[in-house]
Design a protein around this ligand. Structure first.
Ligand code: OSB
Ligand code: MG
Length: 369
């Protein structure tokens, strides 16, 4: 008998608590696609983190919808899939589209956890039951305003802050925050807004005791990152450039960075995320868990991933309230006083869907078959 699978896609648009501005643009709401995968009497949920616009990466909610409906779901409807490695093989004929692949893989992990009664943390081999986290702060109108925003997060208990930067909105911003908080663990993220030439302006950052400088140059430019890293004492960290295991290996071989930001979506799923984690661990290179303004579904996956031992720097995994007034999971994630968040401990992702909220934020929906 053929296995029976049913998939429902939900294209969501969720208003943010405050606009989020990066070097590639400003958003007031975040889009994503939720995947509901029913099989064998169990329902798994996954989140595809591609946003509306191709500003961070080439994938968008539109390309992911296309790849799901035309290629990924047709490849899965008749298949027997028992584990994430099976799924990867089933989708290997589709080039790229790592975020689309990761979304459906997350739903599979959720089903596997629910079927075996194990939380995702245990399936991945994670140890910690709470993980250190920080907050990613968008570009603000002025350095003074930025200091006020950082003050508010520090008073909420965040003990690591990441500042978004772009050309002309970099040194003054970091200087102002560093003057106000001399000992705060601080890092910056340029989202590939510089070139090897314009990055010369970042030299003063080497004197602000930053944890790292994230993705200064283009996503497809490991080589220039390796040239730039030689000019800085501060570790460079790659985000956009690391789209899979091979890119991670080559970045380390080229010394294009000294730290890697792991996002399950960007690398094609949790299985690849764990492989990159293991590779970095073998080479004594620290990793940390990046974020994509996830809903409670993606946030649960990030927390489970960040429980692995080589996640040695705080993640961009903030409390639900930092992002959304209302989330689509019943579970709300809160910050502990020690700047950690608890890793879900119920089977699978360990979250349940608030159907009413889900319907409210859904702008497009389709079920297959
Ligand atoms: O570059 O890390 C990034 C959000 C959307 C796209 C890219 C990035 C980010 C963040 C926010 O920095 C991290 C988070 O809190 O989810
Ligand atoms: Mg980044």
């Amino acid at each position: 008998m053929q296995p029976t699978h049913q998939f429902t896609l939900y294209h969501l648009r969720m208003p943010l608590q405050a606009p989020f501005e990066t070097s590639f643009g400003r958003i007031h709401a975040r889009e994503c696609i939720l995947i509901e995968w029913r099989a064998d009497g169990l329902t798994g949920w996954g989140e595809c983190v591609a946003d509306r616009d191709p500003g961070y990466a080439y994938e968008t909610t539109g390309t992911a919808w296309h790849i799901y409906t035309e290629f990924i779901l047709p490849a899965l409807l008749e298949a027997e899939i028992n584990d994430p490695a099976d799924l990867q093989r089933r989708l290997a004929h589709i080039k790229g589209h790592q975020m689309a692949k990761a979304g459906v893989e997350m739903a599979l992990w959720d089903r596997i956890g629910k079927a075996s009664g194990q939380p995702l943390r245990a399936l991945l081999g994670g140890e910690r039951t709470r993980v250190p986290v920080g907050v990613s702060v968008g570009l603000q109108a002025s350095p003074q305003e930025l200091v006020r925003v950082v003050e508010a997060y520090v008073s909420q208990g965040y003990r690591r802050v990441k500042l978004k930067i772009k050309p002309g909105r970099d040194i003054g911003e970091v200087e102002a925050v560093r003057a106000r908080f001399p000992d705060l663990p601080l890092q910056v993220d340029a989202n590939s807004a510089y070139t090897l030439e314009t990055a010369a302006a970042l030299r003063p950052l080497d004197d602000f005791n930053l944890l790292l400088i994230e993705q200064p140059l283009a996503e497809d430019d490991l080589w220039d990152h390796s040239r730039l890293q030689r000019q800085f004492r501060t570790p460079l960290c790659l985000d956009e450039s690391i789209t899979g295991v091979r890119q991670a290996r080559q970045a380390l071989e080229m010394q294009a960075c000294r730290v890697i930001n792991i996002k399950q979506g960007r690398v094609g799923g949790l299985l690849n995320a764990r492989r990159i984690h293991d590779l970095c661990q073998q080479q004594d290179v620290p990793v940390w868990c990046g974020g994509m303004l996830e809903t409670g579904v993606g946030r649960a996956a990030n927390l489970a991933l960040a429980s692995l031992p080589n996640f040695r720097l705080p993640g961009d995994i903030s409390a639900t309230a930092r992002y959304y007034a209302r989330d689509i999971t019943h579970e709300v994630f809160t910050l502990n006083p020690d700047s950690t968040i608890d890793v879900p401990d119920r089977p699978g992702l360990g979250v349940t869907i608030d159907r009413e909220a889900l319907e409210r934020f859904t702008i497009r929906k389709a079920t297959f078959p």
